[in-house]
Write a protein that binds this ligand. Structure first.
Ligand SMILES: [Zn+2]
Length: 372
C-alpha cells in the first residue's frame, strides 16, 4: 500500500515535470537566499598549491585554492564548477553564470559530467554567450537535447526551488557539441588541456562511470593525481538517493575508480577531498556495500521497505520534512528500492536514451530475494 502511495506521488511529480518547467510562477519561487546559504562556514580544507590554474566556483562565489571553501553545507548542497587550465568542468546552475562568465575568456573546452540541473544549468548560456566547445557523453547530449526537452530540460518543483530554471539551450548552436559513446575502460576518451604557464599539453582522460545517473562521466588528470568525479562520490555516507540512482552501478563505478591508478585529489561537485581522495572513495565503497548487504538481509527477513529505511538510516528521520518537500524523489527509501528493484528512471530520461543506450537503464542482475 505504502509502495503504491509512493509510486503515485512520484507519478504526480513526473506529471509536473513539463508544466512546472514552463511556469514563470515556479521560476519566481526560486529561493533568493540559496547563494547566501552556500557561504563557507569554515575553511577546513588544505590549499592545493601545485595546481595554481585551478579555480572553484560554488554557489555563485569564486574561490582559489589559497582560500578553499569548506565542504560543510548541512541542507543545501552547493554545486561546484571548476576551471582547470583551459577546461571548464560542469557549468553550475544558471544563476551562477554571471560570476562564471568573466573567467571563461581563456577557456577552450567545457566538460559536462552529467545532465543534472545543478551541473548543466548554465549549458545553454555557455552555448549562447561563448565559443567554448562542449564535451559530454552521448547519453548526456541525448537527454539535454531531446526535442521534448526544449527549450529547457524538465525539472521537478523542488529542483526549481533549489537551483532555479536552467538556461535556454539554443538549438542552432547544438552542432558545436562533441559527444562520444561510453568509452570502454581500456581506452578512455582523451581530452587534453593546455597549461597557461608552460603552454604544454596536459593529458586528461574521460571515463564512463554510471550509477548516480545513467550518463555520468568523470575526468582524470594522472600527471597531477587529480580526479574530477562529478557526483560519483557525492558524499561518503549517503543516507538518501534520488529515485533514479542505481546502487549496483554506483558500487561498480567506485570499484572501477579505486582500481584506476594515479589520483589522490578528488574535486567533486559537492564534497571535494583535497588529499586522500582514493581512501575516501574506498570508504564510500565499503559503506555502500555494507548498506546494500544490510538491506538485502533485512528484506530477506520479511521486513517492509519503510521499516528497513528506518533501521538502516536512523539519521534520516531528522530530515523527514525535506524528503516530503521533495515529493519522495529524494529519500532514504530510494536506497532500499534501488537495492531491491533497481532505479526508477524519469520518463524523460527513458525516452531520451531509447535507442542511444537502453542497456544502462536496465537493472543489473542482482541477488534474488524471496520472502517466505
Ligand atoms: Zn547529480
Amino acid at each position: 500500500m505504502a509502495q503504491s502511495m509512493r509510486t503515485r506521488l512520484l507519478r504526480y511529480y513526473q506529471g509536473l515535470e513539463h508544466t512546472s518547467y514552463h511556469s514563470d510562477t515556479v521560476h519566481r519561487l526560486t529561493l533568493p537566499f540559496v547563494n547566501r546559504l552556500s557561504t563557507p562556514i569554515s575553511t577546513t580544507s588544505k590549499p592545493i598549491k601545485r595546481i595554481p590554474s585551478l579555480l572553484e566556483f560554488c554557489g555563485g562565489r569564486q574561490y582559489t585554492f589559497d582560500s578553499p571553501v569548506s565542504s560543510s553545507a548541512p541542507l543545501y548542497f552547493p554545486s561546484r564548477s571548476y576551471v582547470f587550465n583551459d577546461l571548464l568542468i560542469d557549468s553550475s546552475p544558471s544563476s551562477v553564470f554571471p560570476q562564471l562568465l568573466p573567467h571563461l575568456t581563456c577557456i577552450k573546452n567545457f566538460l559536462l559530467t552529467h545532465h543534472h540541473e545543478d551541473h548543466s544549468g548554465s549549458f545553454g548560456n555557455i552555448l549562447s554567450h561563448t565559443s567554448i566547445t562542449p564535451y559530454m557523453s552521448r547519453e548526456t547530449e541525448a537527454i539535454l537535447t531531446h526535442p521534448a526537452h526544449t527549450p529547457y530540460f524538465p525539472m521537478f518543483v523542488y529542483e526549481h526551488l533549489l537551483y532555479g530554471r536552467p538556461s535556454v539551450i539554443p538549438s542552432d548552436q547544438l552542432s558545436r557539441v562533441i559527444s562520444f559513446p561510453a568509452p570502454p575502460p581500456s581506452s578512455p576518451f582523451e581530452l587534453n588541456t593546455i597549461d597557461p604557464e608552460t603552454k604544454e599539453s596536459v593529458p586528461g582522460y574521460i571515463h564512463f562511470c554510471p550509477g548516480h545517473s545513467p550518463d555520468h562521466i568523470v575526468y582524470h588528470v594522472p600527471s597531477l593525481d587529480l580526479l574530477f568525479p562529478g557526483d560519483v562520490y557525492l558524499t561518503p555516507n549517503s543516507f538518501f538517493f534520488r529515485s533514479d540512482e542505481d546502487i549496483t552501478r554506483i558500487i561498480q563505478s567506485c570499484e572501477y575508480l579505486i582500481e584506476l591508478p594515479s589520483w589522490d585529489i578528488m574535486l567533486c561537485a559537492h564534497e571535494p577531498v583535497y588529499s586522500g581522495g582514493k581512501e575516501s572513495m574506498r570508504k564510500k565503497l565499503d559503506y555502500m556495500v555494507t548498506t546494500r548487504d544490510k538491506i538485502l538481509s533485512l528484506y530477506a527477513e520479511g521486513i517492509s521497505e519503510e521499516k528497513i529505511a528506518q533501521i538502516v538510516f536512523p539519521r534520516a528521520t531528522k530530515l523527514r520534512a525535506m524528503f516530503i518537500l521533495c515529493g519522495g524523489d529524494v529519500s532514504p527509501i530510494n536506497i532500499v528500492r534501488s537495492t531491491l528493484f533497481g532505479p526508477l528512471h524519469r520518463d524523460g530520461v527513458k525516452k531520451s536514451l531509447a535507442g542511444v543506450n537502453d542497456e544502462v537503464l536496465n537493472p543489473l542482475s542482482r541477488t534474488k530475494i524471496e520472502i517466505e
